[in-house]
Design a protein around this ligand. Structure first.
Ligand code: ZN
Length: 428
């Protein structure tokens, strides 16, 4: 594989500490080998030289709460009832779209059928299909009546459900062991309810401590990760008590929950997925949810609470990451970078801090804190070339026309249209 040199680019290194500077970056094999402040290209031998013409070169982004198998439908039932064969193809297509949108890493946050995430991750890793680096999740594990229980016990096929229902520690153990046998990277537990399912609203907490403990024992034995859907304050505390590393939503947190989060801020990540709260309030009317209906469902209360909670977390140095619950009709896939705009507009982040959440913290949540998520010598060559300055306008990060190129592991997933000059050895 020929070396690639990006020259005449504004380097945004992803640390959140350094202002962008003009320079050049040399990629050899799958690593960043050299980062220079000179505009003169580092151009050894036969490198392919990409003249960025002043575009921004930054790390590929990380989506911390991804559901490839959500199929841009308006209901959980419509996701659940997609036939398996079509569903596999859907996930493969979506994985490719994420990569081309600049997401070179995604953290699976639950899939709609048992092995969808594992199969897609394995196919990506084997080079069978294009897609981001991916951590595969289980289905949502829930309890009867809570979020994810879509069973209809009074009808034929009563067991068919979006999430997996368990009752008691034994059933939990069995479900978790089965997903671990399939090879998931994380086990997803629905600890709280959700306003999307009015029978189990966001501030309710459903799972028993003994069920969570049984799950986390199995998870830890295999060195895997526990992740939780936790909107209520009680569920956030429950997650922390049991060693869950990645907490989704955390809309409602009291002072005790904030203190517990802060005490574990080097171990724990929060990925709130706030876009769906906003979308339900203001953008879901075409799918039959008016603003008034969304307010009745509790979304205004949750949105207000989440903005306060997440701003407090950010102030306390708790890592809040973008992404989450894209893949519904009102939050379609590949608009995920919109979260960065929300972080700035509603949560008190600077644009630089928002970007750091998807770069530096992205490498950390992908369990590669030492070589992923930065433009830095020795790091994996996961890069994106952006037309414009994301610090001045974050919305360009969700505009396909402005994403000029995406590289993952040293290979272009989206090749730059900027003509690449191949420089042959001058001695010839
Ligand atoms: Zn989710």
């Amino acid at each position: 594989m020929a070396d690639v040199v990006f020259t005449n680019v504004r380097i945004l290194d992803g640390t959140g500490q350094n202002n962008p500077y003009t320079g050049s970056v040399l990629v050899r094999d799958n690593r960043i080998r050299q980062v220079g402040r000179s505009t003169a290209p580092i151009a050894p031998g036969s490198a392919a030289v990409i003249d960025g013409a002043g575009a921004t070169l930054m790390p590929g982004m990380c989506e911390a709460h991804t559901h490839f198998s959500w199929n841009d439908a308006a209901t959980l039932a419509a996701i659940q009832t997609m036939p398996l064969e079509e569903h596999v193809l859907w996930c493969a297509k979506v994985a490719k779209r994420y990569l081309q949108a600049g997401f070179t890493s995604c953290v699976g946050a639950a899939c709609a059928k048992p092995r969808l995430d594992v199969v897609i991750r394995n196919a990506i890793n084997a080079g069978q299909i294009p897609g981001p680096r991916y951590l595969a999740a289980s289905q949502e594990i829930t309890v009867l009546g809570a979020l994810g229980d879509e069973t209809l016990p009074h009808l034929p096929f009563p067991e068919f459900s979006f999430g997996v229902n368990v009752s008691g520690a034994d059933e939990m153990r069995k479900a978790v062991r089965l997903f671990l046998k399939y090879g998931v990277d994380s086990i997803k537990l629905n600890l709280s309810g959700d306003n999307f399912t009015p029978q189990s609203p966001a501030e309710t907490t459903w799972m028993l401590d003994e069920e969570v403990a049984a799950a986390m024992r199995e998870v830890k034995i295999r060195g895997k990760r526990g992740v939780a859907h936790a909107r209520s304050s009680e569920s956030v505390k429950q997650a922390l008590r049991h060693g869950i590393e990645l907490i989704y939503h955390a809309s409602f947190v009291d002072e005790e929950a904030l203190d517990m989060l802060e005490a574990k801020k080097d171990e724990v990540f929060v990925a709130p997925g706030i876009a769906i709260l906003y979308a339900m309030l203001y953008e879901a009317e075409p799918w039959g949810v008016t603003h008034a209906m969304a307010c009745d469902m509790g979304y205004q209360i949750e949105w207000d609470a989440a903005c306060v909670s997440l701003a407090k977390m950010h102030k306390r140095g708790i890592r809040v990451l973008p992404g989450g619950d894209y893949g519904f009709a009102f939050t379609p896939h590949c608009q995920n970078a919109r979260d960065l705009e929300f972080f700035v507009k509603y949560l008190g982040f600077t644009p630089m801090e928002a970007i750091r959440c998807t770069t530096l913290y992205g490498g950390q949540v992908m369990k590669r804190p030492d070589d992923l998520g930065l433009v830095k010598e020795g790091y994996l060559a996961d890069l994106m070339l952006v037309d414009g300055d994301p610090l001045a306008n974050l919305s360009i990060l969700r505009d396909p026309k402005r994403i000029l190129a995406v590289m993952k592991d040293g290979v272009f997933a989206k090749a730059p249209e900027i003509a690449a000059r191949r420089q042959w050895e001058r001695a010839a």
